[in-house]
Design a protein around this ligand. Sequence first.
Ligand code: GLN
Length: 241
Amino acid sequence: MKVTIGHLYPDLLNLYGDRGNIQCMRKRCEWRGIEAEVREFQITDAIDFNALDIVLLGGGSDREQMLVCERLKAIQKDFQGYVEDGGVVIAVCGGYQLLGHYYDTDDGRIEGLSLVDLYTEQGSPRLISNIVIQNDQMEAPIVGFENHGGRTYINDNQPLGKVLFGFGNNGEDGQEGVLYKNVIGTYLHGPLLPKNPQISDLLIRRALERKYGKAEMSPLNDAQELEANQYIVERFVKKTL
Ligand code: GLN
């Protein structure tokens, strides 16, 4: 079995080292004997979405998002076809905002991909915090860090989780991230996948199922990751209860 991971615009959308998330998926595949290939695409490269199993769209500053947004028009149709066909996407922070219709900033509107029915508006102050969220389908809470000026509204879509600590999509509705088909969007950036192997495995599983009709994924020893996760939950959630 083989998984091909496409990393979109790592030069522009790589805030807080989103590249580490690629390394995590690659290693978790390799440890199970699943081949993993990573393809990086720069802003002018053509992208054959048919050749990809997982796409990562990372975080970026407003300025970088503005640069990327011009290019997105050229790939919108193909990217939409990939998503509607069940293609797996993990989009983080700036990349998450770009999944939606637009991101309105003080310097103007950044047009998004309109792959998911959501939109973002800039607000003040920035929402900066450790964050813990709960998705009842997952065995452990999802932990991470957020830093965004944008407030995202996901309309009727399902969130990735309920906020237990931190701000989430907009600091108002208690929701964080979005789930749409096989797309995950989230404000949790930096080492999202190393900290939350359950999300890493969900992405790999969905990609394998789409490609091969089944996923053979042997369990890995995540004792250290789970211990770290529990420490964060104790520190930020349990102490406030
Ligand atoms: N520029 C966006 C915001 O501030 C996203 C930032 C990020 O990717 N961390 O809302």
